[in-house]
Design a binder for this molecule. Structure first.
Ligand code: IPE
Ligand code: IPE
Ligand code: MG
Length: 257
């Protein structure tokens, strides 16, 4: 892993050319291990090291929010042993990393349906969130037992409950009303989506929030993803013109109406 120096990085300054929120599908751990004739869990362990480095790289580059897809609502379909080992690794990593995250002023938030997790994991999650809740540095969002469809469904359920209790007039439901119940409410929308591991799909990650997100796909397997690879993605992002439905001419003239 090459430690890239943020001072030398062309993207170290936070400007409009820099994303405020980067969302990553950390894919390729299994293939990384397989290439080395090692069990898949070794790839997942190497992936945790990459997470640690990426938190540092993002904080150095003044990115406000880093959202990482750690376990999808579909990952329960994996062999029972892999699921068990992944959950164990999640507990160990939380326990081991929370102090360091706190020392680095990182605010940790876990999003997803945590009810399905073992009690010990739920407790670690609650501890880690409570310990870091007032930190003002990087916001690290870990999506665990998360699915974009689940997120929209649980937000819809909350709206329906408000409507049923008479607190909300269904005619008033708009995008803002639904967004208030989504897991990432209060965070800036993701600007840059990165998927490592070569697949070019969203795999039920942030479906609602990716509407106008810039996409970056790389063949690099997650355990090999480093500061330099992040800068490649950031440089690509900085060269794009985000139009949000307008014409290029309008954007160049700075028309935001
Ligand atoms: C991503 O790596 C981590 C999780 C989904 C938990 P994979 O385990 O999907 O790795 P590949 O895609 O099999 O290489
Ligand atoms: C997406 O990766 C989920 C995470 C990285 C946590 P997968 O490896 O599960 O995605 P698919 O199944 O190849 O689409
Ligand atoms: Mg995969």
């Amino acid at each position: 892993m090459s430690a890239s120096n943020p001072e030398e990085s062309p993207t170290s300054e936070n400007s409009s050319a820099m994303p405020r929120h980067v969302a990553i599908i950390m894919d390729g751990n299994g293939r990384w291990a397989k290439k080395r004739f090692m069990p898949r869990i070794i790839g997942h362990k190497a992936g945790v090291e990459t997470v640690r480095a990426m938190v540092r790289h993002c904080a150095q580059r003044k990115i406000e929010v880093l959202t990482l897809f750690a376990f999808s609502s579909e990952n329960w379909r994996r062999p029972e042993k892999e699921v068990r080992l992944l959950l164990e690794l999640f507990v160990t990593a939380l326990k081991r990393e929370v102090r360091r995250l706190n020392d680095n002023n990182v605010m940790l938030k876990i999003v997803g349906d945590r009810d399905a997790f073992p009690d010990a994991l739920q407790k670690e999650i609650a501890n880690a969130e409570a310990m870091t809740s007032t930190n003002s540095g990087l916001k690290l969002v870990v999506a665990a037992n998360y699915g974009g469809r689940w997120d929209i469904v649980q937000a819809t359920r909350a709206l329906a409950a408000e409507a049923a209790s008479g607190k909300l007039d269904p005619a008033q439901i708009d995008e803002t009303a639904l967004e208030r119940h989504l897991s990432l409410y209060g965070m800036p929308e993701p600007d840059l989506f990165i998927r490592t591991g070569g697949e070019e799909r969203v795999s039920n990650f942030l479906l609602w929030q990716l509407a106008y997100c810039e996409m970056h796909f790389t063949e690099t397997l997650w355990p090999d993803f480093d500061g330099e690879a992040l800068d490649v993605a950031l440089n690509s992002f900085s060269k794009r013109q985000r139009r949000f439905g307008r014409t290029g001419d309008q954007v160049e003239k700075g028309c935001h109406a």
